[in-house]
Design a protein around this ligand. Structure first.
Ligand code: SAH
Length: 244
């Protein structure tokens, strides 16, 4: 699927997309295609004048600056025209914002699916806000969904966009070294939607603390039972609202 990112700081994304195993999702495969095809639009390229200004002061007063509607509108329209010319179906226009719905596994899974019921996943246009936010008239006209990554305020939507891209990338087939591993992660409804159980690696005794004996016994039925019980206990303690 294709993601178009609208940002003032496209350079922030390169280290994330080139590091670790998720880079496989963003790299071209032998046939030239990419599991997650990311395109960047520099918002300033859609502004007027020598200063390529994209922000202005808020009506009604108050601190800070706002992103103006017109450069954003031109940028989205240009992306939509390019996508239409390539025959990609219309896609959601997502704005990252503290007022949005919380980003959860179900949302990630929706974007991660290679194919939806119409046969192809169009991905999305992702808008990274800056300053105090965006002119509301642009939001009312173009944005189909607002997504928050938590009840706190960042200085821009680039980190939220990277969070979504990372989470989508690791669900692509062939990206994690073991394709089963994400199924065992926290929040995955294909097991139980609960939090992950604890993990241990060598040495067997570390600073006087032993690994739980069941994990060393080699009895897989017992190990699975222990892990399942741990998932329930941890979820009960940390996030009881996730229990059925
Ligand atoms: N005035 C806004 C905050 C603007 S922060 C408010 O009080 O709600 C600047 C930009 O950072 C936002 O436009 C948004 O794109 C991004 N941002 C900040 N915090 C975020 C969060 N928790 N989730 C998603 N995006 C966020």
């Amino acid at each position: 699927m294709r993601f178009d990112i609208i940002t003032l700081f496209p350079e922030l994304f390169a280290p994330m997309m080139q590091s670790g195993i998720i880079r496989r999702a963003f790299e071209a495969r032998a046939d030239g295609s990419k599991a997650v095809d990311v395109h960047f639009s520099q918002l300033r390229d859609f502004a007027d004048g020598n200063y390529r200004r994209i922000d202005d002061r808020p009506f009604g007063g108050g601190p800070g600056m706002l992103m103006m509607a017109e450069p954003l509108a031109r940028c989205v329209e240009s992306i939509q025209a390019e996508r239409a010319a390539l025959g990609i179906p219309t896609c959601p226009v997502i704005l990252f914002s503290p007022i949005g719905q919380a980003l959860k596994h179900a949302v990630v899974e929706r974007f991660a699916k290679a194919n939806d019921e119409h046969g192809s996943n169009p991905g999305a246009i992702l808008i990274c806000g800056r300053y105090e936010g965006l002119d509301q008239r642009f939001i009312d006209t173009f944005v189909t969904e607002q997504i928050s990554i938590g009840d706190f305020v960042l200085s821009g939507g680039e980190i939220p966009a990277m969070a979504l891209l990372d989470a989508v990338a690791r669900l692509q087939p062939g990206v994690l070294s073991d394709d089963q591993s994400h199924i065992q992660d926290s929040f995955n409804p294909s097991i139980d939607g609960l939090l992950d159980h604890p993990h241990y690696t060598r040495p067997e005794v570390w600073r006087g603390q032993s690994v739980p004996p069941v994990l060393i016994g080699g009895n897989h039925a017992e190990i699975n039972k222990w892990r399942e019980a741990q998932r329930k206990v941890i979820t009960q303690n940390q996030r009881p609202e996730l229990l059925p």
